[in-house]
Design a protein around this ligand. Structure first.
Ligand SMILES: Nc1ncnc2c1ncn2[C@@H]1O[C@H](COP(=O)(O)OP(=O)(O)OP(=O)(O)O)[C@@H](O)[C@H]1O
Length: 607
């Protein structure tokens, strides 16, 4: 195929509001079509009622022409009565069809919105850790809310209005042509005389409107930042300076807005003047045609109404196409998410993990890098094995790769080389859900969800009974504390609920892990110091949790280290030493130094 044979690029269509509509930029809207096609009834209802209501609205001016010619001019009251009834009948059809169209399109919009929101959310949750490493959560939630809401507006109103206006324009122009071809040509030739100045002016207005919006965004960004840091502002006694700065921004925004308002007022004046002048011209031209006998008075009246309908619809289309363009942007962003495939998926042919579980873990020559292509390896040829029921502690300086080991084990990322086995099976051969069911993960800073205490404990096992929840809470030593809360296990915690202390959060997370009852425990001990009482409670809760389970723990507590069957000392993604605490201490070297710094050995020795 030669270049010339390629389809020519559609030229941008310029519209009277001054926006430049490039049809290519509206293409992403096509992605919404499959969502709409899922509901063929609502879609066909919308199209049917759209057609009926538009045809009915186009019929009324023709009736009006009849009333004038056959009623007023012919002085025939019967004819006026007949037309009157006809118009009432058409109005009834138009009303019913418009109502039905509104209902069908709005409910279709809501349906598409809900489906889209649900599929984007479900899809986001399926995406792998690497995706979340490279996308800001704020941006994703704004897509989920803002972009989806924008699309709702499109399907529910903009789409409908654009469609209705386009059908109206075609219908009204056809009726104009049928009524008087000469007057129609006159209108089409004269239209640019009004459109060109309005378009030029409106485009300038649009530029100004963007400026005022930017000024407003600056203002609100500044307010958000300062109000979020009132303590810092007060502490540095910056109240006056900052409010003066705010005033300056605010004044700028005010001035930009006034300039825009002035221009808008001028535009309105221009539109009113040019529009009325054009109408007068049209009436004059029309009246001449009536006197000449080329059209009747009724036809002129009917023509004028069609011309008004067409110009109204043209204005609507231009406005709506502008907003559809931003909707196309929103659709594109959402379809990007939907098109992103998770890199970590279930194997095509999954192997089953042994039942009952053994609880063994083995890393064999594992190398891993967060960067693409194995650059800057975080783990290098790492090998170790954890036997059933053993506790292995991972220690090492910050950034040595301890958390990465726990992430790889849960297959949040895939290794670059080597393999990881759980119960003797390579984790890449196991279904993700089955693999992850084998682990109970207690994070360093556990996530407490906005919900009740019971819901938080049940997170990994929603079907657990109240008695099981309570038993887990007792084992994690949170029961007494929960019992003192105003609504017990039904007390709402987390965001906008009761605030929990660090130790309480950890024990709640331990209760959650106990209830999950997984054979392998992955523990990232908190580094933040708890008070002695809280620390003791957490320690006891952990002992309950670790009983009979294989445990891999990123250790920050001396007690954990002492009780571990083996300690792996990591440095720069390699195991530089391993053994029990006593063995490693007596050896001296890196571990002894690390232990002294990290586990407050001196404190303990001094006690
Ligand atoms: N999601 C990520 N994307 C890119 N690099 C990461 C990511 N997570 C960790 N790293 C890098 O990998 C290295 C190892 O990090 P890791 O969190 O495993 O260390 P750590 O030993 O657990 O440290 P800490 O004790 O401070 O938690 C660090 O250099 C860190 O910057």
């Amino acid at each position: 195929m030669t270049d010339q044979a390629a389809p020519a690029e559609a030229a941008p269509v310029k519209l009277e509001t001054g926006s430049t509509i490039n049809p290519k930029r509206l293409q992403p809207l096509r992605k919404l079509v499959p969502f709409m096609l899922r509901y063929p009834w609502r879609l066909s209802g919308t199209l049917l009622f759209l057609l009926v209501s538009t045809i009915a609205s186009l019929a009324i001016p023709a009736m009006l022409g009849g009333v004038i010619d056959q009623g007023f001019v012919a002085q025939n009251l019967d004819s006026i009565t007949r037309y009157g009834w006809l118009i009432i009948g058409i109005a009834a059809i138009m009303g019913a069809a418009s109502g039905a169209r509104f209902y069908f399109i709005s409910s279709l919009g809501e349906r598409v919105l809900a489906d889209l929101r649900q599929s984007v959310f479900a899809h986001l949750l399926r995406l792998d850790a690497r995706f979340f490493d490279t996308h800001r959560v704020g941006e994703l939630t704004s897509r989920l809310n803002g972009d989806v809401a924008m699309i709702r507006g499109a399907v529910g109103s903009s789409f409908s209005l654009a469609l209705r206006s386009m059908v109206t324009i075609i219908g009204a122009l056809t009726m104009m042509l049928l009524t008087s071809p000469v007057l129609t040509i006159a209108v089409v030739v004269a239209a640019p005389a009004i459109l060109v100045p309005v378009v030029t002016f409106a485009r300038r207005l649009r530029g100004m409107s963007r400026k005022t919006q930017d000024a407003l965004a600056d203002l609100s960004a500044m307010a958000t930042e300062m109000l979020g840091a009132t303590r810092t502002v007060k502490s540095f006694t910056q109240e006056k300076v900052q409010s003066e700065l705010y005033d300056r921004h605010s004044e700028e925004s005010y001035r930009a807005e006034t300039r825009r308002l002035f221009a808008r007022a001028a535009l309105v004046a221009m539109v009113i003047f040019l529009g009325t002048a054009a109408l007068v011209g049209l009436v004059w031209w029309g009246a001449r045609s009536v006197f000449e006998g080329s059209v009747t008075a009724g036809q002129l009246a009917q023509f004028l109404v069609y011309a008004l309908m067409a110009s109204g619809a043209l204005t609507n289309v231009s406005e709506v196409l502008g907003s559809l363009q931003s909707v196309a942007g929103a659709t594109e962003r959402l379809s990007e998410i939907l098109a992103t495939e998770p890199a970590i998926t279930d194997p095509a042919e999954a192997k089953a993990l042994p039942v009952p579980p053994l609880g063994t873990v083995a890393f064999e020559n594992v190398s891993f890098s967060y960067a693409p292509g194995g650059m800057d390896p975080v783990l290098s040829e790492l090998s170790f094995a954890v036997g059933a029921g053993e506790t292995v502690a991972l220690v090492g300086a910050s950034g040595s790769g301890k958390s990465t080991i726990l992430s790889l084990l849960q297959r949040f990322y895939d290794v670059n080389a080597g393999s990881i086995r759980v119960d003797g099976i390579d984790i890449r051969d196991v279904r993700l859900a089955e693999l992850r069911r084998r682990f109970a993960y207690v994070e360093q800073e556990p996530t407490i969800f906005a919900g009740t205490v019971a819901e938080n404990i049940r997170f990994g096992r929603p079907e657990a009974t109240d008695a099981e929840v309570e038993a887990a809470a007792r084992a994690a030593l949170v029961h007494d504390f929960v019992a003192d809360l105003p609504l017990g296990y039904r007390t709402v915690v987390g965001e906008r609920g009761v605030t929990l202390s660090g130790g309480q959060k950890q024990r709640l997370a331990i209760a959650r892990a106990i209830l999950k009852d997984a054979p392998i425990l992955l523990l990232d001990e908190a580094t933040s110091a708890l008070d002695a009482q809280s620390e003791r409670l957490v320690q006891m809760a952990l002992e309950h949790l670790m009983q009979g389970r294989t445990t891999l723990v990123i250790a920050h507590r001396l007690a954990t280290i002492r009780d571990a069957d083996a300690i792996l000392v990591l440095d720069n993604g390699r195991i530089i030493d391993q053994g029990t605490h006593d063995q490693l201490v007596s050896k001296g070297g890196r571990y002894a130094e690390l232990a002294r710094l990290q586990f407050r050995l001196d404190d303990v020795a001094a006690r």
